[in-house]
Write a protein that binds this ligand. Structure first.
Ligand SMILES: Nc1nc2c(ncn2[C@@H]2O[C@H](COP(=O)(O)OP(=O)(O)OP(=O)(O)O)[C@@H](O)[C@H]2O)c(=O)[nH]1
Length: 290
């Protein structure tokens, strides 16, 4: 099934982000730490052009910490600073200001040399739907939503949010879209709950997840579902899980929809532990194969 990519929405979203760029010093590109590539807008580089950027690997609490570290190194080797954060608890958020200062040092030093008074760093958060933009803004904002009507960028609907004395955020984040038309991207987005289960077939998503876990995290599957030896084929694996969890229909058959739902629910509620669906290694291999 192909998912439509609504060119009208995209153009509008893009225009809105572009308009905001002129008011800010730095873009915070929020991605899902479990799928840093699938959860980014493929045209982000083109959209933000040469604005400085800090990549925030959000929901790091749900990702495999070892792979998150690899991602941070991967970005670093490409000249981009990235931080692992958990917007829900606030873990890692302090580092945002430190890293921003570091990235913008040259610009602010130049401003100081010209005698311009030091001011707070101005930032815009961008990211795909459901990646955690509002959670991050609320966490950073606490009660500091500022009414600063005399500032460029402040229109009737737009406000700056103060984060301490050193940072100001535009309160409305930029929403960008993932690359829907790629089936694997869609499956990763669905697996992590970024898009509704009704968009893709539930069983297809569960098959993708089971195949992935069988390859990358077989021990977690065995432990969770009490399976000594994982079957080679996917249908018998479904059957084992369905049987063990009582996902049956009359006549002793497995209810595949119910089993799929169970697997996805347990994955998303961390019952299978922190899992990353993408690692930089694969990406580098793919790139060199092209
Ligand atoms: N575990 C975990 N959950 C998070 C984190 N950040 C956000 N969430 C959850 O992810 C879901 C989506 O978060 P939102 O803040 O609504 O995402 P958004 O990007 O503002 O979404 P849109 O408004 O659709 O653009 C919510 O259920 C949050 O509680 C995080 O760091 N860790």
């Amino acid at each position: 099934m192909t998912i439509q990519w609504f060119p009208g929405h995209m153009a509008k979203a893009r225009r809105q982000v572009t308009e905001k760029l002129k008011f800010i010093d730095i873009v915070y590109e929020l991605v899902d730490a479990r799928i840093p590539l699938a959860s980014r807008n493929p045209m982000i580089d083109e959209i933000i052009t040469n604005k400085p950027r800090l990549v925030l690997l959000n929901k790091a609490d749900m990702a495999d910490p070892k792979i998150t570290k690899e991602w941070i190194n991967f970005y670093k080797s490409n000249g981009i600073q990235a931080l692992a954060i958990d917007s829900q608890t606030g873990t890692g958020l302090k580092q945002i200001i430190t890293s921003s200062r570091d990235i913008l040092k040259e610009k602010f030093d130049k401003m100081a040399a010209k005698g311009i008074k030091p001011r707070a760093i101005r930032a815009l958060i961008v990211g795909i739907p459901n990646v955690g933009k509002s959670t991050l803004i609320n966490r950073l904002a606490k009660k500091n939503i500022a009414q600063t009507g005399d500032r460029p960028g402040v229109t009737k609907a737009q406000q700056w949010i103060k984060v301490g004395k050193d940072l100001e955020l535009l309160d409305t984040p930029g929403i960008l879209w993932p690359k829907f038309e790629d089936q694997l991207v869609g499956q990763k987005l669905a697996a992590t709950g970024a898009i509704k289960d009704t968009i893709l077939n539930l069983q297809d998503i569960a098959v993708y997840v089971l195949n992935f876990l069988k390859e990358e995290y077989p021990e977690r599957l065995k432990d969770r579902y009490n399976i000594e030896e994982l079957p080679e084929e996917i249908v018998p694996l479904f059957d084992e899980i369905g049987k063990r969890r009582g996902c049956m229909v009359a006549g002793g058959y497995i209810d595949y929809d119910k089993t799929s739902e169970l697997i996805l629910r347990e994955l998303r509620s961390q019952k299978l532990g922190p899992i990353s669906f993408e690692e930089p290694k694969q990406f580098e291999e793919n790139e060199s194969n092209e």
